[in-house]
Write a protein that binds this ligand. Sequence first.
Ligand code: GLC
Length: 753
Amino acid sequence: MIKAKLTFLSTICFFVLNSCDSKSKTLSVNERVSALLKQMTLEEKIGQMNQYSSFWDVTGPAPKEGSAAIQFDHLKKGYVGSMLNVHGVENVLKLQQIAVEETRLGIPLIFGFDVIHGFKTISPIPLAEAASWDLEAIETSAKNAAKEAAAAGINWTFAPMVDISRDARWGRVMEGAGEDPYLGSKIAHARVKGFQGDDLSNPSTIAACAKHFAGYGFIESGKEYNAVDVGTQTLHNVIMPPFKATVDAGVRTFMNSFSQLNGVPATGSKYLQRDLLKRDWNFDGFVVSDWGSIEEMVEHGYAENAKEAAQLAVEAGSDMDMQSLAYVEHLAGLVKSGVVDEKHIDDAAGRILRVKFELGLFDDPYKYCDYTRETATIGNTSLQDASLDIAKKSIVLLKNKNQLLPLKKEGLNIALIGDLADDKTSPLGNWILAAEKNSAVSVLEGLKSYPGNNVEYSVGTTLNIGPLQFAKELNINTTDKSGFAAALNLAKTSDVVVMVLGEHGFQSGEGRSRTNLGLPGLQQELLEAVYNVNKNIVLVLNNGRPLVLNWANEHIPAIVEAWQLGSQSGNAIAQVVYGDYNPSGKLPMTFPRSVGQVPIYYNYKSTGRPNLPSPGEVFWTHYQDEENTPLYPFGYGLSYTTFEYQNLKIESQTDTTLDVSVEVTNSGNFEGKEVVQLYVKDHFARPAQAVRNLKGFKLINLQPGATKTVQFKLTEKELGFYNSNGDFIFQPGEFSVFIGGDSTADLSLKFKL
Ligand code: GLC
């Protein structure tokens, strides 16, 4: 590690603050925080609350003019507490040395980055990982992402995103865990544990960040950044549980949402941040605003100007200002003029310092800057192997008529068609800031790694004409069919056609809302044209959200949901297509029959007229032009084998608990995994509850012919719910449990408590 040449003054300050004498070692983190706060000027405390994105290439000369020069000056004065979008030991070290060695108190920076699903080794998008329902694999995935990012100098990730959403029009569903709060809470907990481990001072762990607090997944009409208006039942029973799960997992930071919740921008919401998060949930970490969202309260029509926005945000409990400069420009004046109480500054700065102490940054500010560890960790084989493992587990088999899959490994002429089949960037998904473009294993490479078949590729149709940039609109091809003829000729002369169709990785994610959920561009036309010359089609989907797939479901014999699976995408898909991995994924989000059904989800509320009174009648809950049911329901996924459920029974019960068991048999010819799901219906409750809610699941593996008895325990925690005041209550009464392989499970039994 580069020996830091501390200047004389900062040497004195730094060691006075952090001397390792026996006394300071026994000081608690809180005592060290308060001791440090007493040393700090108002401007230095506000500096901790100020976060900048990388504003210059640190390997180049220091900025001399413009906003970069202002930000550089703030950095040297100790008026910056955190940086984001700086990574790599060389860059992090350079900035940390300025903070530690050139400022009055030498307070280290905390470096944040969007390590959403991997750093350079990319795992499946979070929605795909959720489809694995494998909490252990999900935790390992987050742990590996933390290890790789930490080796590059990062000590804080802006993840997990735990926004529940039922709206596939919203591009950011790719970033979450789907529509269900129970599954979402379990996954949120696993991800926080993965990122943070059990010792945050370990240089291979990073602070996690629960985002976006709160309600972002319920933006009106699925249109990005739109307003959110929800009632207390949705707020407390759907939106909040995954956030509470992250607090229970010990998450150290939160990020508030761009969106306004019931008229109040989350960034300025005292209810969310001070009352619920910091008071009721006893959260003692810190809240960072989303990019520029403090000043955006002016655009929301909530604050008159940036100065008022700064006041509203800090009083509401937004501790750190990501890149809006509202705090560093206005807070000192607001405090000095008596408008803002300095206690808010002490609270916010103290929270930020606490996390820095917990990370061990005061004991060794360069602990994340180890060139040897960086070289040994980034992209190594064990990370790639783990990425492949969870990628396989994230694949969902949607259809497999006449067992077309798995394909034979020898003697087949396979036509591989589709722009995405040969794409090595798209499978990385949307949040790939640090990943190398063209670094994923493509489907073409994956299939060709099995030498026994003859795989010929034809693009069929270009999906995206370009440019391909994280923050720019794509240009989807809707006219150029020049590739059709070659693809059809190849399909005609092949035994089987594998078509990889769907969305480019940049077609979902932030700023990527869609009103049409069909296959983009000319892909649907290509699919139907190929079908006319060869019906033996395996459709492999690459997408970041539920799509509308009615035609494919009606005509195509085999459909594989392969999301965007990350660095090992092609190998994972090939192993499933050839049967080396029996698909076990289950949908974490409902797939609609039409976008007109959206938002559509399994745990809907009943109505006063849920059923058709008599044929032809109209006065009941339905559409004239669409079914009520989805194309594929929540929790759905096939296997190469089959599973039978029988003997659901009550093992025991008390006034408030119930133990049930069910026998599950692998009735097919393949070893396979099954996600045994338990749903609960509370028949009569006030307020009324959903027709059913997921309240348990277990992942089991069975050999052909084997049977396993699976047990579940239900307690008040599973049977209760939040009432309109946000209080968790349990109402005795009549319940039903449903157990099966998806949310339409009909094996059930009733019980009373
Ligand atoms: C973005 C996103 C947020 C991300 C942040 C930093 O706009 O909303 O999820 O963590 O900016 O990149």
